[in-house]
Every structure is written in structure tokens, then in C-alpha cells.
Design a protein around this ligand. Structure first.
Ligand SMILES: Nc1ncnc2c1ncn2[C@@H]1O[C@H](COP(=O)(O)OP(=O)(O)OP(=O)(O)O)[C@@H](O)[C@H]1O
Ligand code: NI
Length: 425
């Protein structure tokens, strides 16, 4: 029997930009089991971060979740909200997109936590790092002080307590215990001189330090589910390995469920139980590590595997897959397999958008590719120049090197395979 903790169904997120509608995430399904580490991997701009933010319901204008559900399983939470939001509840599952943000926020930190790709976004610049961590610890303390009742967490905030908490939060640390825990957490993520660093403000931290502090912050509430978007990309390889070890350890200790987002297959191989390979806003192949690394069906997965960057050495790089990640603009996407124009095995069959087919291997193995069903047949192959003209309006999808912008050329963050700089909120 499965023990699903997170059930994402038919999730779609669009950005309504001046250039048109961007289909950042399209009809995405995910089933994540309690205690597993599920990886999402894909090139830059494939929709990984938007998926993570959609799951946390953190999509901002001009973006919008246009359909689907994100169901979190927590019997107490379901019981606490079922009277007020019966439509959001299905057994022990609650659709987080169907409850108001106030209710959802009661889950932040203690049930759900997120590590963002850009650490700045998760810190308040005017409060010291130590205080912010202590506050996160305090939230967890309050939650567990009311014996596991989510209702208490959402409703029972009496005026007295409210006043007390506002008074207290103007004090330097919410409590000495929380301050100690905050320092412990800083130490845990490898920040030197944690006692002194706790009193510093976010801008006094380097990018790598802030990323570690953010991990400490995300872990402070001892979440059930941690969504980690490129948790180690800004860090040098030694620290990367250290942080991954730390996540691994904590995961084993606490049984926390992790949704890990990365473009690094080395990280996937090291951390994950199951993987979803993302391309153009869709999961194009999913399966266990073995399915994906040894038995992959989708030529995109194969392309990503072209060269697995190693964590320990310099020079490990993804081998670029020829061509570019599509723009995801609705009017440019067409109704074919979105990878067909870059695929060495594109056939006539690929001019229709493929559904997800079961693939040989584990029950979990599936691919959005006709090759899961049919043998590759040279006789039906599309000519090499098939997509050179008509399918690609005004060559928009070929972003030349001089047109790339937005993000600094940080190789660790964007290996050569990744061309169009994904935007980060
Ligand atoms: N605020 C925004 N406005 C418009 N488009 C956006 C916005 N945020 C993301 N997108 C678009 O959504 C698509 C998916 O972006 P996303 O950031 O999820 O990619 P990613 O897989 O996380 O890439 P990376 O590896 O670079 O982080 C991209 O086409 C991106 O341009
Ligand atoms: Ni991203």
C-alpha cells in the first residue's frame, strides 16, 4: 500500500505576460509518498521553480494557477477544516488551493517548508538572521505545545496570546531557548561563529551563507514536507556535499518528506528515491532512480544523462542537448511533443502531443513519449530540417547568446545545457 502525503493533480500555472501566455506548468501530476525524497530535474526554464511555488501556493501576478489541485494528507488538518471547507477535503487529504491563505499559512513552517532558489526572498532585511530563525523555532514550539491540534493552531489564538506575541517579538529573542536553538541550527548548517553571526543582518551574509541560513530556517519548524528548490546551487562543491549530507541525515532522522528540485543529476542520484524529469512545463518521464538512470525511455532523459556532473570534481557538466528550451509561450508551443524539435528520434507520431504511457519497469515508471509504446522506426523519422521553418515563428525559440539576459553567467547555476535564463521571483 502506498502512503501518499502529497497529491498534485492536473496542476497548471500560467503567466500572462505582454508577449503572451506562458504555459509554465501544464497538467502536472505528482504523487509523493511519506518519507521519500522525490526529485524533479530538468533544464533551466522547464518549470521546476514554478511547480514548487505552485505547490506552496506562492504564485504571484502576472502568474496564476489556472487549474488542478494540491492535496496534502494530514488527518488532523482535514478534520479541522472539513466543517468550514467541505469541498476542500477528501478523506484525510486537503486541497491546499481550496482553503483561504490564512488557513494554509497555519501549515507554513511546521507542516510545509520551502527552501527557495534565491535566499534573499526568505529573509526580512531589517531583522537579524538569528531572530528570524528563533521566530521559526518559536512557531514550531507553539504548535507542539498545543498537543498536535491543527485547529488550535488556526483558530485558538486568543487576544491575550496575540498581544503577548507582539510584545515578545519586539524583544530581541522570543525566548532564550529559541535563541539557543537558532544558534544550534546555524552551526548545524556549517556557519562559522554562529553566536556572532546570529546577530547579523541578512545583507551581512554572503550568498552561500545566506543559503545555508535559509536551510536552517526551513528546518527550524521540523516540517513534514520540505520543498527544496536548488538548495545547494549557489554553494561551492564541498559545502554542497555537506549540505546534502545534512539534508540526508535529517531526513532519515525525522522521516521528513522532501521534494528536491535540481538541474543536477548527480544530486538526484545521491539523494532521491524517485524522479520526475521535467521539460516544457510537463513531467516527461518519471520513475525510480533505476528506471531513470538505467532504463530511461524518453530521449530527453537520455540527453540529460549525456554527462552526469559529479559533485566532487571540477569540470563535471551536463552535456548540452542541441537546440533550446522552448519559450513556453502558448502561441508558439503547438500541439506536438514539445521536445520533438530537439529529439534525435523524432517521428511522425511525435506531431501529436503524447499522453503519459506506462513504461516497462517499476509501477512508477512512465513516459510522455511514443517510444514507450512503439519502437523507433527510421522510415517514419521526421527529416532533420523538419522544424526549421514553419513550426517556429520568427525563430523566437532560438535565443542567441547575446539575447540571453537576466541572470549572471554562473556556470554552476546554469550549465551550458541551460540556455534561456529562467526567471526567479
Ligand atoms: N514572474 C514570471 N513572469 C513571467 N514568466 C515567468 C515568471 N516566472 C517564471 N516564468 C516562466 O515560467 C517558465 C518556467 O520557469 P521556472 O523558473 O519554473 O524554470 P526552472 O525550471 O525553475 O528554471 P531554472 O533551472 O533556471 O531555475 C519559464 O519560461 C519562465 O520564463
Ligand atoms: Ni528554478
Amino acid at each position: 500500500m502506498t502512503d501518499e502525503i502529497l497529491r498534485v493533480t492536473d496542476l497548471s500555472t500560467r503567466y500572462f505576460t505582454q508577449e503572451g501566455q506562458v504555459n509554465a506548468v501544464s497538467s502536472l501530476d505528482l504523487r509523493i509518498e511519506r518519507g521519500e525524497v522525490f526529485g524533479i530535474v530538468g533544464e533551466s526554464g522547464s518549470g521546476k521553480s514554478v511547480t514548487a511555488r505552485s505547490i506552496m501556493n506562492l504564485i504571484e501576478s502576472p502568474g496564476e494557477i489556472t487549474g488542478g489541485s494540491v492535496e496534502y494528507r494530514n488527518a488532523e488538518f482535514a478534520e479541522a477544516v472539513v466543517d468550514d471547507y467541505p469541498d476542500a477535503v477528501d478523506g484525510e487529504f486537503v486541497d491546499l488551493l481550496e482553503v483561504p491563505s490564512r488557513v494554509r499559512q497555519s501549515l507554513r513552517g511546521t507542516s510545509f517548508s520551502m527552501i527557495f532558489q534565491d535566499p534573499e526572498s526568505s529573509f526580512n532585511p531589517t531583522i537579524t538572521v538569528g531572530e528570524q530563525l528563533a521566530e521559526a523555532v518559536e512557531v514550531q514550539r507553539r504548535a507542539s505545545a498545543r498537543p498536535r491540534s491543527t485547529r488550535a493552531r488556526t483558530d485558538d489564538y486568543s487576544l491575550g496570546e496575540y498581544l503577548l506575541s507582539t510584545v515578545l517579538s519586539s524583544r530581541r529573542y522570543v525566548s532564550e531557548e529559541s535563541r539557543e536553538r537558532a544558534i544550534e541550527l546555524l552551526e548545524l548548517v556549517g556557519i562559522p561563529d554562529p553566536v556572532e553571526r546570529a546577530d547579523e543582518y541578512p545583507h551581512e551574509y554572503s550568498g552561500g551563507m545566506l543559503q545555508r541560513a535559509m536551510i536552517a530556517q526551513a528546518l527550524a519548524g521540523e516540517p513534514d514536507v520540505l520543498v527544496a528548490d536548488e538548495p545547494t546551487t549557489a554553494l561551492d562543491v564541498t559545502i554542497q556535499a555537506q549540505i546534502l549530507d545534512l539534508l540526508d541525515e535529517l531526513q532519515e532522522e525525522t522521516g521528513m518528506t522532501i521534494l528536491l528540485i535540481t538541474h543536477n543529476l548527480g544530486v538526484i542520484a545521491r539523494m532521491c528515491d524517485r524522479v520526475g524529469v521535467m521539460y516544457a512545463g510537463e513531467i516527461v518521464e518519471r520513475g525510480t532512480l533505476e528506471d531513470i538512470f538505467d532504463d530511461q525511455v524518453h530521449p530527453y532523459t537520455e540527453g540529460l544523462l549525456g554527462s552526469v556532473p559529479d559533485l566532487d570534481g571540477a569540470g563535471g557538466r551536463l552535456q548540452p542537448i542541441p537546440g533550446n528550451v522552448p519559450s513556453l509561450l502558448d502561441h508558439e508551443m503547438g500541439d506536438r511533443c514539445h521536445f520533438a524539435d530537439r529529439c534525435p528520434k523524432a517521428m511522425e507520431d511525435c506531431l501529436e502531443h503524447p499522453p503519459e504511457y506506462p513504461a516497462d519497469g517499476s509501477d512508477h515508471h512512465a513516459a510522455r513519449c511514443v517510444l514507450a509504446e512503439t519502437e523507433y522506426d527510421d522510415a517514419r523519422a521526421l527529416p532533420d530540417d523538419y522544424f526549421d521553418g514553419t513550426d517556429r515563428p520568427a525563430g523566437d525559440k532560438h535565443v542567441g547568446p547575446d539575447e540571453r539576459d537576466e541572470e549572471p553567467d554562473d556556470d554552476r547555476r546554469h550549465p551550458p545545457a541551460e540556455t534561456t535564463g529562467g526567471e526567479h521571483q
